[in-house]
Design a protein around this ligand. Structure first.
Ligand code: ASP
Length: 324
């Protein structure tokens, strides 16, 4: 009996040693942070700022890898199949919760194939138009779109992206179907909008703040419930379309199988990174709200993801917005 106990304790002690050693030497090479959208867009901007702050905390380097396409599902699928060793992470948004309902065939399971590290930011969207749009306010825009639906197109970052989701809600609230034009991210979609090749887009303030403040696009409304401090001149879209509200939450994930000590280390580093003055200032400037401290952990982020999957599933089924 005595022998058995000491053998067990020896095994437990050596396992604890392996776990601590794995964590103590981590990271000893660059960590790839996959952004499932094109470079230069809103998810990319937050990921790059976060990677810098996380790198300081982890005393290592984080390299953003853009794997765009299919509304974020290609990049997410790549991370789902990556080794769970802490060297591949995913920075994704609300699309992680809409993809299971939008895609009949999805090669990952959001709640099973990933370990959320923590929720990071919540970002409002803005409704913007190409510089040539003649409507000057949200009221005129809604009337114009309803009367000219065959002449208007709506850019998005692919099925399952936040811009797609916002566009779906917009069309349903206006009871109007518009032609949609998908891009690999709203970074390239913004270039097309500025060039007048597409007409309208809903996008996170993290991509639109500079263009709106610089007067480069027509800005019509914010998708938050009330007005935003960053855009006091813009009304909430729900003033024209009652009940309209979209916020884009973001979570940092590791693939399943990532050792618990590394998940804990990443979670601690993430919580510290979100207090980094450079990160805080940049997020404020771009209108992104840093998630409350009680959401900056693995369990709370997983609960958020599960609740959002349950919330969007009936809405998407009712809209019959599947990908074939
Ligand atoms: N804002 C994009 C979206 O609509 C994604 C991106 O390019 O970051 O989901």
């Amino acid at each position: 009996m005595f022998k058995k106990v000491s053998l067990l304790s020896a095994v437990a002690a050596s396992l604890a040693f392996v776990a601590t050693a794995a964590s103590a030497s981590y990271p000893d090479k660059p960590i790839s942070v996959v952004v499932p959208f094109a470079a230069g867009g809103p998810t990319d901007v937050v990921a790059r700022n976060l990677s810098q702050a996380l790198g300081t905390q982890l005393k290592g380097s984080l390299v953003v890898e853009n794997v765009g396409g299919a509304g974020g599902t290609i990049g997410a699928g790549k991370v789902a199949r990556a080794p769970g060793d802490g060297y591949t992470l995913l920075f994704h948004h609300i699309g992680m919760s809409t993809a299971p309902s939008l895609y009949r065939k999805l090669d990952f399971k959001p709640l099973e194939d990933f370990i959320p590290i923590g929720a990071v930011v919540d970002v409002p969207m803005t409704l913007i138009g190409k510089p040539q749009m003649t409507a000057t306010n949200a009221k005129d825009l809604v009337a114009y779109v309803k009367a000219n639906k065959d002449k208007i197109n709506l850019a998005n970052a692919g099925l399952g992206s936040a811009s797609h989701l916002c566009g779906l809600l917009l069309q349903s609230a206006m009871k109007t179907d518009l032609t949609t034009v998908p891009f690999q991210g709203t970074g390239p979609a913004m270039t097309a909008l500025l060039g007048g090749q597409v007409d309208l887009m809903c996008d996170q303030s993290t991509n639109t703040t500079g263009q709106i403040k610089g007067g480069k696009v027509k800005a019509y409304a914010v998708t938050s419930k009330g007005k935003l401090a960053n855009f006091p001149e813009l009304p909430p879209l729900n003033a024209e379309l009652p009940g309209f509200e979209v916020g884009v939450w973001h979570i940092l994930y590791a693939p399943k199988g990532t050792p618990a000590p590394i998940v804990t280390q990443l979670q601690t580093a993430l919580q510290a990174a979100m207090k980094d003055p450079g990160f805080v200032t940049k997020m404020k400037e771009l209108g992104a709200e840093i998630m409350p401290v009680d959401k900056q952990n693995s369990a709370a982020a997983k609960a958020l993801l599960a609740a959002e999957i349950a919330k969007w599933s009936p809405i998407i089924q009712a809209a019959k917005a599947y990908a074939d």
